[in-house]
Design a protein around this ligand. Structure first.
Ligand SMILES: [Zn+2]
Length: 420
């Protein structure tokens, strides 16, 4: 299939520029010239053309929790949000801790998925923090990183071994930074709001202490570590200082950490309950600052679908997390680009090119020789985000009814239209 996409404003997250030009696709790849006349011409006049987004942090719940989400519904929701590859965390049932489960996910995604799925293997067997999982065998089957996400790796010794062992396979360890003696039993950020609501809080230092530990381990070893879903001013500052010393640390944040504060929990809204919890305006400001100065490398959704019965209960009993695929780009555009914190190419780099680099995937660029993963987006017309229109099985989002800019119009994966 030879496709020409004409008249769009094309975002280049490598040169950090935007230019109006045609994009050419042949046999699922971007090309400089077609070998003949295009079989399809798509008029993108008035639209912006971006590389397909890559989400470095998602929970597809498959296998084991398909009542919340599965690979088909999850990837269908992803492409509606302009996302063409998702890294899925291993806290499934069974845990992604062996090559058979990795194979299952890759095969199901290839057969029935709407976009690419990049499995993240567990650090430890059954994520119980005791013994390393079958990392080498999982690497052979195509995991892109290892993590015990959902839980921290509690012992520093196991984290050290994981970083050393993963490096032999050119894999990064993704750290869920949470010191559980400080965090366990907490339902929201520890502070004035938790006090007023009478809920046990999770202090910011629960995140900061683990971030510091894993930065120090990576620094000692001279090897990389990636810190997931950072939410505090303290952890951002630790990463900033570590980068200045030359430590190979990368990190991500999520849209909810630059758009919401602990105030969202006030009416016991369980769609504002997540882990790490929503913090204060001071933390939000620090995260935006970290995104601007490059301390925060990328943005992931931490897409965490839950059944309504797991959220429509008492705040203290409700599960943590929110869905994120279909709102993440628009939240980034509306809250980071429109106020002038980031340029559009900088946002796209954090949502596409940088995650591709972290996982050593040939993706995230509109360039000859790269797979034709592409998004057409209307940046001009505002829209009201509607959770009922989601392709996810879940509806747990605090963003329902928000007026946003950045409506995804069409998504291509390997040159095929997967959403319009
Ligand atoms: Zn996590």
């Amino acid at each position: 299939m030879k496709i020409k996409i004409s008249g769009g404003m094309v975002v280049n997250p490598i040169t950090m520029t935007e230019e109006q030009r045609d994009v050419l696709i042949e046999n699922g790849m971007f090309v400089d010239d077609l070998s003949g006349q295009p079989e399809q011409i798509i008029d993108a006049t008035g639209l912006t053309v971006m590389p397909g987004l890559i989400d470095p942090h998602t929970h597809l719940r498959d296998p084991g929790f398909e009542y919340r989400e599965d690979i088909v519904s999850g990837t269908k929701a992803a492409v509606r949000g302009g996302i063409t590859a998702v890294a899925c965390m291993p806290n499934t049932k069974p845990v992604i801790d062996n090559p058979t489960i990795v194979r299952y996910i890759k095969d199901k995604a290839a057969a029935e998925g709407f976009c690419k799925v990049l499995p993240v293997g567990a650090v430890s067997k059954n994520q119980d923090g005791k013994e390393l999982a079958e990392i080498g065998l999982m690497a052979e089957q195509g995991i892109v990183a290892i993590s015990d996400d959902g839980k921290p790796v509690l012992t520093a010794d196991l984290m050290k071994k994981a970083i050393q062992y993963a490096a032999q396979f050119n894999l990064v360890v993704i750290s869920h930074c949470e010191e559980t003696t400080l965090a366990d039993g907490g339902h929201m950020n520890e502070g004035i709001v938790s006090l007023e609501m009478g809920l046990k809080g999770i202090p910011t230092i629960a995140e900061d202490i683990m971030a510091a530990r894993d930065i120090l381990i990576a620094e000692y070893l001279g090897l990389p570590v990636h810190l997931a879903h950072l939410s505090t001013a303290g952890s951002i500052e630790l990463v900033r200082q570590a980068k200045a010393r030359g430590v190979q640390v990368t990190c991500e944040t999520c849209p909810h950490y630059f758009t919401l504060t602990e105030e969202a929990c006030r009416d016991f809204n369980t769609n504002a309950k997540m882990n790490p919890p929503l913090r204060t305006q001071m933390d939000v400001d620090a995260i935006i600052c970290g995104l601007k100065d490059g301390t925060i490398d990328m943005i992931g959704t931490d897409h965490a679908p839950h059944h309504a019965d797991e959220k429509q209960i008492e705040f203290g009993l409700a599960n943590n997390g929110i869905i994120g695929f279909e709102s993440s780009f628009a939240l980034g555009y509306t809250y980071l680009v429109l106020p002038g914190h980031l340029t559009l190419p900088q946002l796209v780099a954090k949502m596409s090119t940088r995650p591709a680099e972290l996982f050593h995937q040939k993706m995230g660029r509109i360039e000859a020789g790269y797979p034709a993963d592409l998004v057409l987006v209307d940046l001009k017309k505002p829209f009201s985000f509607d959770k009922h229109a989601s392709a996810s099985k879940a509806r747990n989002t605090p963003f329902h009814g928000w007026m946003l800019h950045g409506l995804i119009k069409k998504t291509f994966c390997d040159g095929k239209v997967v959403f319009e």
